[in-house]
Ligand binder design. Structure first.
Ligand SMILES: Nc1ncnc2c1ncn2[C@@H]1O[C@H](COP(=O)(O)OP(=O)(O)OP(=O)(O)O)[C@@H](O)[C@H]1O
Ligand SMILES: [Mg+2]
Length: 499
């Protein structure tokens, strides 16, 4: 099936409105709404010295990744930026997280400085102390005055990995404030929702050194920019249509885009009130995002009761982020931070009204909309979408892997999804070459199987039309022998009849 992925390129053939994955300015320029939060983050990131880290706090599908990618694009000329999606590390321990981040940093810097600068050799990182030492040496070795790490999907790590990893990041911050510390070069920018909130709020939280940025929904003008895209499709846009759409979605980025996508799919000649209503009704029946909000509430009875009071009993509740239940409702995406609290948008209000009516609260826990096993998987589609996007970025026009940073990022992310592997930067000081090497954690799930390939597994790329198969195999075998690798993974592309 020709399902479009996050990597889907070119607007010409596919649908105009894009509802999955982050938007990219190069291909989605016309749809991309400029957000005030972007300017605020830019300003903070460009201050002469790093006096705080930055946390982008916003519920699901409200444009966090889009914002981080845009921020990176704008900051790249003045700083070295490394974007790391932590969701591939869902099954990993803290040590694997340190190694993965170190790998991405080395890969990025090697591409940026070439062989002109000698990067520190990295022994496999075992602990928080090793990781700090690595960061210190790297910052000292490179000439760049600022190194920006953009960490997306902070909530993906396990509680143990998260604890260890973010406490170490906190130490980077604290030590960076000391005199003459090279760690002062680092600026961390995080994005996430409920979990990031817990990491940044309160005196004992490791990331309470962050300036918090909350993403606001689009205003009517922003929604108009998006809705006007219909004129390129030959669809009449009545003057009141953008306002009508905004009234339903409240300017929620994904909901707005989805409503437009459904209207596009339906193939209307004009965006009439009835057409918009019908699309909204369809979303109430089957939209993932709405479904997700309800699901989050099902897991949280206290939040659910409070929301019920706000919605059905019309209780006037003053908004405060110091109230943990309201803060959680805001991060789930159910309410907007107004005085008094309001439902985030009319679509949610309608969906929840129906939900509360269907499940009278006094009957105990309502039946889950999703069985527990499904919940465990936490959106595998989204993860595969991200991996596909990385894969796409690693290929050239003829569909062959290009050696270099993009391929390294893809390989690292792909193998990081295996709990027993940790990828570390195997950098050879003499050749300046970086290899993707996997060490094996015997104690992780599947560890006893993989352990037979210790000390390490090597990952290589090749295009099957480059040279004869014999020569390719000989080259790879030599490489594996040099590393004492007991297993070699080859990510191959292409291949004609001779391959
Ligand atoms: N700046 C923007 N302009 C227009 N639409 C946007 C913008 N940002 C996000 N969107 C819409 O929201 C969708 C989700 O965006 P994005 O993936 O950046 O959000 P997210 O918060 O990172 O989501 P997730 O929680 O799934 O990681 C996009 O596919 C797009 O439809
Ligand atoms: Mg995202």
């Amino acid at each position: 099936p020709s399902r479009r992925t996050a990597a889907g390129s070119g607007r010409a053939d596919g649908p105009r409105f894009k509802t999955r994955g982050p938007l990219q300015s190069a291909v989605d320029g016309e749809l991309l709404v400029d957000r005030p939060a972007l300017r605020r983050a830019l300003r903070l990131a460009q201050q002469p010295s790093v006096t705080q880290y930055i946390a982008i706090l916003s519920p699901r599908q409200t444009g966090k990744t889009t914002l981080l990618l845009r921020l990176m694009e704008l900051l790249q000329p003045v700083a070295t930026c490394v974007f790391i999606d932590l969701s591939v590390l869902r099954a990993q321990d803290a040590r694997a997280c340190y190694r993965f981040v170190a790998f991405q940093l080395v890969s990025e810097f090697r591409a940026a400085v070439g062989s002109a600068v000698r990067l520190p050799e990295v022994p496999p990182i075992e602990s928080s102390v090793d990781f700090l030492e690595f960061l210190r040496e790297l910052a000292e070795a490179v000439p760049m005055p600022r190194i920006i790490l953009l960490l997306d999907e902070v909530g993906a790590l396990t509680p143990e990995a998260s604890d260890s990893f973010f406490n170490t990041v906190r130490t980077v911050f604290t030590q960076g404030r000391g005199l003459n510390s090279h760690l002062a070069k680092y600026l961390f920018i995080f994005s996430g929702a409920v979990d990031l909130y817990a990491l940044t709020f309160g005196t004992n939280s490791p990331l309470n050194v962050c300036e918090k940025i909350y993403l606001n929904d689009f205003d009517v003008e922003d929604v108009t920019t998006i809705v006007e895209q219909f004129t390129h499709l030959g669809v009449t846009v009545p003057a009141e249509a953008p306002r009508a759409i905004h009234a339903l979605t409240g300017g929620h980025p994904y909901l707005t885009m989805r409503l437009c996508a459904l209207l596009e799919e339906a193939g209307h000649k004009a965006l009439t009130r009835q057409a918009i209503e019908a699309a909204a009704e369809q979303m109430l029946v089957e939209d993932d995002n709405i479904h997700h909000v309800i699901h989050e509430l099902e897991r949280r009875p206290i939040e659910r009761r409070r929301l019920r009071a706000i919605l059905l009993e019309e209780r006037q509740v003053p908004f405060s982020r110091n109230d943990p239940v309201l803060a959680s409702l805001e991060m789930i995406g159910a309410i907007r931070p107004t005085q008094p609290c309001q439902l985030r948008n009319r679509l949610y209000a309608r969906a929840l009204r129906r939900y509360f009516r269907a499940h009278a609260e006094n009957t105990g826990t309502p039946p889950a909309v999703m069985p527990a096993e499904v919940e465990q998987l936490e959106d595998p589609d989204a993860l595969y979408g991200r991996l596909l996007a990385l894969r796409h970025a690693a290929m050239d026009a003829r569909g062959a892997y290009r050696p270099g940073r993009e391929w390294e990022a893809f390989a690292a992310a792909l193998f990081a999804t295996v709990p027993a592997f940790s990828v570390y930067p195997d950098l050879h000081a003499d050749t300046g070459q970086l290899d993707v090497a996997l060490t094996i954690n015997r104690d992780a799930p599947g560890g006893t199987l993989w352990a037979m390939y210790q000390p390490l597994i090597l990952v290589e790329q090749c295009h099957l039309e480059d040279g004869t198969p014999e020569r390719t195999i000989a080259r790879l075998a030599t490489k594996a022998a040099e590393h004492r690798a007991r297993l070699l993974f080859v990510l191959a592309t292409g291949g004609g009849p001779e391959a």
